[in-house]
Structures are given as C-alpha cells and as structure tokens.
Design a protein around this ligand. Structure first.
Ligand SMILES: O=C[C@H](O)[C@H](O)COP(=O)(O)O
Length: 155
C-alpha cells in the first residue's frame, strides 16, 4: 500500500530503535506521513511509560489520524498490550518475517511492535520494510475471522 500514515513511538527502553526507524520510514516512498509520538530524549518525556505510548498510538488510529503504528519498548509486549486496549485496534509484537507478514494478511493488525532488548537493529529495520509492503485483502478467507473480533467490539 502506498501513502501510509504511520505513528512511531516508544518508551525509554525502545527509543534508540524508534529514532532509527523513524528515519527509515521518513525516507520510504511508500510512507506518506510519519507521526512521532515520542518518547523523546528529554528527561520529562522519559517519564511517559509504555502504557501511554501504546494507548496514544491506538487512539490515533481509532480516530482516523493514522493508518498504522510501529512501536518499541523493551520487549514489544507492553506497547502491544496497551494499544490492544483501544477498541478496534489489533496490535502484536513480532520479531520474525513470517509473523510480520501474517499480522497483516491474517489479522489485519494496524499496530506492529518490537522489543529493542529482543531483536537486532538490522533485523528490525528489515521487518519494518517488509511490513510496509503488505496490505490486508478484505476478500480473503481471513477477513471473516477478523470480522468476528470487530463484531465483538462493535467497531
Ligand atoms: O513491556 C514492557 C517493556 O518491555 C518495557 O520497556 C519495560 O518494562 P519494565 O521496566 O516494567 O520491565
């Protein structure tokens, strides 16, 4: 898909990867807009923890301000849990190529998360490049399964 609006964010444990991946996304012609929700390196911003980052990203997608989010924390787990609290949001941590692919093609996840303490930087960059290239097919056999979740949430 071209023209993606992507939120990028992290807690303090993922800020190094967030900074590198933000630059990658900004240089990618398939990305229309990169929205950096922090954290930034200022001490006061480091007080924001993974729940706020995940919730903010999920809310932005829910409100139509972005299409996807790429989030980092120590493991990728905390930001995924937080984003999943927002109704209608499907978020997952993934650190391998197949799971990243299926997060879109099977699950239509809007949010991909990774852990800076889990995955190497170059693999994270490669996975993000791959992730941008996938588009969910609403006519696929997977669509009815995703719809069950949407129906449950009513959105
Ligand atoms: O999922 C949580 C993240 O990995 C976070 O960056 C670290 O959380 P902790 O400091 O509570 O271990």
């Amino acid at each position: 898909m071209s023209g993606l609006r992507i939120v990028i964010g992290s807690d303090e444990a993922g800020v190094d990867y967030k900074e590198t991946l933000r630059k990658d996304l900004e240089a990618d012609a398939r990305v229309a807009e990169v929205i950096d929700i922090g954290v930034h390196r200022a001490a006061e911003d480091f007080a924001r923890r993974y729940p706020y980052v995940g919730l903010t990203a999920g809310q932005m997608i829910s409100e139509g301000k972005a299409d996807r989010a790429l989030l980092f924390c120590g493991t990728g787990i905390g930001v995924a849990i937080a984003a999943n609290k927002v109704p209608g949001i499907r978020a997952t941590a993934a650190h391998d190529s197949f799971s990243v692919e299926r997060s879109i093609l099977s699950n239509n996840c809007q949010v991909l998360t990774m852990g800076q303490r889990v995955v190497g930087l170059e693999l994270a960059r490669r996975l993000a490049r791959e992730w941008i290239g996938y588009t969910f097919d609403p006519a696929s056999a997977s669509a009815a399964k995703v719809q069950v979740l949407s129906d449950y949430e009513g959105c």
